[in-house]
Write a protein that binds this ligand. Sequence first.
Ligand SMILES: [Zn+2]
Length: 478
Amino acid sequence: MSKKHFPFFLCLITIISNLHAQNIPENKKLVMASVDKHHQELINLSDSVWKFAEIALKETQSAKILADYAEKNGFNTRRGVAEMPSAFIAEYGSGKPIIAILGEFDALPGLSQKAQTTREALKIDAPGHGCGHNMFGAASLGAALAIKELIAAGKLKGTIRFYGTPAEEDIGGKIYMARAGLFNDVDVCLDWHPDSENKAGMQSSQSMVSYMVEFKGKSAHAAADPWNGRSALDAAEFFAHGINYLREHVHPSVRMHYVFKKAGDVPNVIPAEASVWIWLRDSKRSGVAAVEKRMREIAQGAAIMAGVESSVRLTSGDYELLVNETGAKALQANMELVGPISYTPEEINFANQIMKEYGSEPKGMNGAIKPLETTKEDPEGGSTDVGDVSYIVPEISLLATTAPFKAPWHSWVVVACGGMSIGHKGMLFAAKSLSATMVDLFENEKLRQDMRKEFDKRKGNEVWKAMLPDGPPPVPLQ
Ligand SMILES: [Zn+2]
């Protein structure tokens, strides 16, 4: 562009952006202004959770700082719900509709990292936020607070409810909260997740189930009297072979992965105990159920061959996410109202440098808003306990850019970007897009009804049942 035309161009931009601002409905302007007003507090919350970097079910400081902030801002809080000390609910308002928003805050082991472009742990061997959940909790709470302010001012009617949901990376805290019936009265639920693109969630996730397969045999001296022993490890190996042969006879959408948790201590003692931790996944819960049956039979067969006992213990499982296109369309319109995220040359340079350091091709930042996608027949790999919530209540999911384009997830790259301005910008974009969408959900009864109709249709006859062992969640002693 020539210099001569530059002032005219600037003028045009101003006119367009003023028109754009004028088209935003009053309540949406107010929620976006609320996020701007509280932006430093939200960044401080996110950065504090980033530094705490607490793993599943040990997120005591992270849950406390978020619940304290909610309480200080007038929310009623219920802490330690569903028998998990780090699970909480913060609520404001009364009556219907009840609009909910999820907030995660757990970190991943071993990923501690400073907010810089080279690999260096903040604390050696400590956890880090490689999935960006520090931003997830803070932005969702910021969106809830913006809505709370409108309810307090008499501009919206109903209840806003924030769910502090622990342990997404491990046992799936939401499944325990769902089993306790905590989502039963909700009209619509929203969530978001850090990503390398901005888009409304139109893809499902895989249903998965996690089992511990245990074998018990008899130990003996491996050279002196092996005929007196029965090796549990033999059974574990037979089991693994069986699973690997099963791969030929399952649908291509099925994933099976396992590790040996226990396989004996020394070669000269026949192992009396062995265990295999296995995850089974497919695009739908019904597909996983079929594979589960075969897996159990293989465990029994392996035990018979080795002359040992077997047991199969469920540890947890997620349903696939039920997409809600009606809700996604409403979100899409609001993301477009908020507008794309822009980055400074320093931020783009940071993104490119960190990708080079990691060994990936630098592709800059992508702050654009992606057009609404169509739902693929089979989701890409990965599961989430949001899937279980989406089987109880219509769900809207947002993805927001908090990392370089095509960044490797669950890596130190995501940790670094989540602790600096790239992450902060994505988080504020998420808070604005979600709160503006919630304005629609409070004001527009037809939107809620249409979402419910689509939910009923997609759910069909499937009855949600928590895939969890009996008893309380396995909360570790602090
Ligand atoms: Zn995550």
